[in-house]
Every structure is written in structure tokens, then in C-alpha cells.
Design a protein around this ligand. Structure first.
Ligand code: CTP
Length: 413
């Protein structure tokens, strides 16, 4: 049983979305529906409500009587913003049918109705099922939008060829059949959940901060986004995830246990506590290599000094410390921020030096990826292979990293 959020946009094929709900609820899934205003002109909301057993929403400005809950589940005590609550709870967002207009909005990040806003806030996998006239489907603008979505890690349920809605017209653009859509949904939901069920995964995210005095610190620009996406992806595969978050202001994914830390010493203490239990460590935190040797207790005063020297001492290498205590069956993955053309060669040395199973390398000489950016592009090194993951959203990059790790663990099993 999974929570599927179904987005229906305004095309003739909207009637097939009803059949999808019938099949999905029949298979035990919980379905909530968001319609675009145009969809309602094709199929009334009463049919969607009857089949899903819950209110179907259209506007950002209407209240959701279930306050974002799925059918049969208790609504939260507070009154959340309905589309944010719905997508936060959903395990999958399916947009079917996706018209050319809705595809364009999804590709370009518009948020001008409840469905496009919800899609923008979605952290769960997104499956998009286009349906439109063949000339619209084949138009370069639509093709480019589909490519954009694909590159961002969005799953596409390709339309079929055959009779189209306009009398006498044939071609590509028919919505994938509801049964096939349900199969795709279940594959996306289930593939993960089966794979890592019960596996204990420890993820570190963010960047440590080392105090200079009571108000100042040495830190770095890591937002923790990559680590959060790794935690989310591992959780989606069924793992029990503990996230050690170093100064991460972003919210963590539902279902992930979070422990907040500030300094490298705290990160080390918490990681040592959690390490014993974990079978997979994803060490994505940017850990300070040095810290002020003697942080001041209060706030340092200028006191007319032109220059101040800050003495730094090395921090412990947390990952190497954990690697030294590893037991059989544990997989250790490090993350390296390297600069320029030698990035991969330097990282290969680090892989051996730190005795890791895999090392994920980021080239930080580029400003469009990595630190604090939405996207990333990495190379995953193992002793036997080198897999380049082209630039994509961090959520998609996280999935690709976990695919390499899953293959590695399967080899070792
Ligand atoms: N790491 C760690 N403790 C530290 C520094 C780094 O656990 N004090 C971990 C990071 O979380 C990362 C891996 O080690 O997973 C590689 O980090 P990186 O800073 O690239 O490696 P360093 O050994 O610090 O090498 P460099 O001299 O290139 O900074």
C-alpha cells in the first residue's frame, strides 16, 4: 500500500485517470487527486472524489477538508498548506494525463496552479504521462521540455501511438494505458522498498563549524542538500536511515532519524555512536580539517589590533577513524571535493588512502554544481570502476550514487 498523489491536467484523456484510480485503489493504494482547472472541464470532480474516497483539489485557495491527509489516515492537528502537506505525504506523484502546457510548466518550474505548485514542492519520485495531439507531442518545444524533465530525473510514461481524440487523426500521443501506469508506479515505489529493507544507513550532511570565540566560527558553504537527498533516496529504498546533520537548515525527509551537530568533535562522537549499527556509511558532510587551537570563551574584542593571528590545529579525520574500526559487511563511501582537471586522479589516491569502498568526487572548480547548488555532477570511484554521473538534480544524482553502492554491496554479498 502506497500513497499516490495523482495530478490530472486538462486533456480528453482525463477520463482515463478515473480508471487509474479504480485500479490503484483496488490494488490497495491510497490516492489523492489534484485537478487543473482545465481538467475539470473534461471530467467533473465528483467522479474523482467518489473513486478516490477523498476530496479532489483544484485551487491553491480552497481548504482541503482532510488537511493534506490520505484517505483513511488521520488529518494533522494543525491546518497545513494543503498542497505542501499532500506532496510531503505522497510517496509518488503521477501526472496523468500531462498536457503540453502542464509539461512546459513542470519543465520550467512554473507554480501558477495547485498542481504545478505541488509538483515544484514534490520530493518524491515524479512520473509524468504525456497525452496530446501528435503534432503537439512532436513539436520541438515539447521534445525539449521532455528532455529537460528526463535530465532532471523525472520518470516518463511514454504515450502510445494509435487513434487520437480528433476524429480521423492517428499518431503518437495517446496516454499510456491505466494498467501500464499502475505497473510503472508500483515498479517505482516497490523497486526501492524491496532492495534495502531493514538496512541501516548512516548519512552525514552539511558542514562542520569550528568556534573562534563564542559568536564566530570557521565554516564552509555546504548546505547539506546532497546528504539530505542521499538520506531520502536510501529511505525510499526501504533502509532505516540516521542522518547526522552538521549545521543544516533544510528540513529532513519524513521517516529519517536526524541528529544535529555543530563541530567536527560532535560529528565524530555521534558518528562513533551510530557507526556500530550501520551497514552503510555515506559520509557526505564537509568536515573541517582544522580548528582554532584555543577558541575564546567570550567574544573577542578588537582592542585596536591591526592583525590577529589565529592558530589552527588539525581536526580528527572522522572517516579514517571509522574505517579503522570497520567490521565485515560494512560499506564505507566517502565524498571528495577536488579542484580542476586532476580531480579524479587525486580522488583515486584518497580512495586507497582512506580504505573506502567508494568515493564520490565533486569538481568544485565549477560554480553551477556542488556546494549550495541545486544540481550536481559527480564521478563515483570504486577500486574496479569509475562511473560518471552527468549533471542532474541532486535527487537524481543521489539515486545514481546509490545504484553504484547497491551493485557494490551485491558483489560483496
Ligand atoms: N572527512 C572526515 N574528517 C575530516 C575531513 C574529511 O571524515 N576531518 C571525510 C569527509 O566527510 C569526506 C572525506 O573525508 O567523506 C574526504 O574529505 P576531503 O576533505 O576531500 O579529504 P581530506 O582527507 O580532508 O583531504 P584534502 O586534503 O583534499 O582536504
Amino acid at each position: 500500500m502506497s500513497r499516490i498523489l495523482l495530478g490530472v491536467s486538462g486533456g480528453v484523456a482525463a477520463y482515463k485517470a478515473l480508471e487509474f484510480i479504480r485500479l490503484a485503489t483496488g490494488a490497495g493504494h491510497l490516492v489523492r487527486v489534484i485537478l487543473t482547472p482545465a481538467a475539470e472541464r473534461f471530467v467533473g470532480r465528483a467522479s474523482f472524489e467518489a473513486l478516490s474516497g477523498a476530496p479532489a483539489l483544484i485551487s491553491e485557495f480552497e481548504r482541503d477538508p482532510l488537511r493534506g491527509a490520505f484517505p483513511g489516515e488521520p488529518p494533522p492537528a494543525h491546518t497545513p498548506i494543503s498542497h505542501l502537506e499532500l506532496v510531503a505525504k505522497a510517496e509518488l506523484l503521477l501526472v496523468a494525463p500531462a498536457t503540453a502546457n502542464t509539461l512546459a510548466k513542470l519543465a520550467h518550474g512554473h507554480a501558477d496552479n495547485l498542481l504545478s505548485s505541488a509538483a515544484l514542492a514534490a520530493r518524491c519520485p515524479l512520473l509524468v504521462a504525456p497525452a496530446m495531439n501528435n503534432r503537439m507531442y512532436e513539436h520541438p518545444a515539447t521534445r525539449a521540455n521532455l528532455e529537460l524533465l528526463r535530465a532532471r530525473g523525472v520518470e516518463l510514461a511514454e504515450p502510445g501511438a494509435g487513434r487520437l481524440a480528433s476524429v480521423g487523426e492517428e499518431g503518437i500521443g495517446r496516454l499510456a494505458e491505466p494498467a501500464a501506469l499502475l505497473e510503472r508506479c508500483e515498479a517505482l515505489l516497490g523497486a526501492g522498498a524491496r532492495e534495502w529493507r531493514g538496512l541501516h544507513v548512516l548519512v552525514t550532511a552539511g558542514g562542520t563549524r569550528e568556534p573562534i570565540d563564542s559568536v564566530r566560527y570557521l565554516g564552509n558553504r555546504s548546505s547539506g542538500r546532497m546528504g539530505l537527498e542521499l538520506a531520502r533516496a536510501a529511505h525510499r529504498r526501504g533502509a532505516q536511515v540516521v542522518l547526522v546533520a552538521a549545521n543544516v537548515s533544510l528540513a529532513s525527509p519524513d521517516g529519517v532519524a536526524r541528529r544535529d551537530v555543530t563541530t567536527t568533535a560532535e560529528l565524530q562522537r555521534v558518528c562513533e555512536e551510530e557507526f556500530e549499527r550501520c551497514e552503510l556509511l555515506l559520509m557526505s558532510a564537509a568536515v573541517a580539517d582544522y580548528r582554532p587551537a584555543a577558541p575564546a570563551a567570550g567574544k573577542l574584542k578588537k582592542a585596536g589590533r591591526e592583525r590577529v593571528e589565529l592558530e589552527l590545529e588539525a581536526t580528527p579525520d572522522v572517516l579514517s577513524g571509522l574505517a579503522a574500526r570497520r567490521r565485515p559487511g560494512q560499506t564505507l563511501v566517502g565524498f571528495a571535493a577536488e579542484h580542476g582537471p586532476d580531480a579524479v586522479a587525486l580522488a583515486r589516491e584518497k580512495l586507497a588512502l582512506k580504505e573506502l569502498d567508494a568515493l564520490v568526487v565533486n569538481d568544485i572548480s565549477r560554480s553551477d554544481i556542488g556546494f549550495d547548488a541545486q544540481d550536481n555532477e559527480v564521478t563515483v570511484l570504486t577500486s574496479a570502476q569509475e562511473r560518471h554521473v552527468p549533471r542532474a538534480a541532486k535527487a537524481a544524482v543521489a539515486e545514481a550514487i546509490l545504484d553504484v553502492v547497491a551493485a557494490l554491496r551485491a558483489e560483496g554479498a
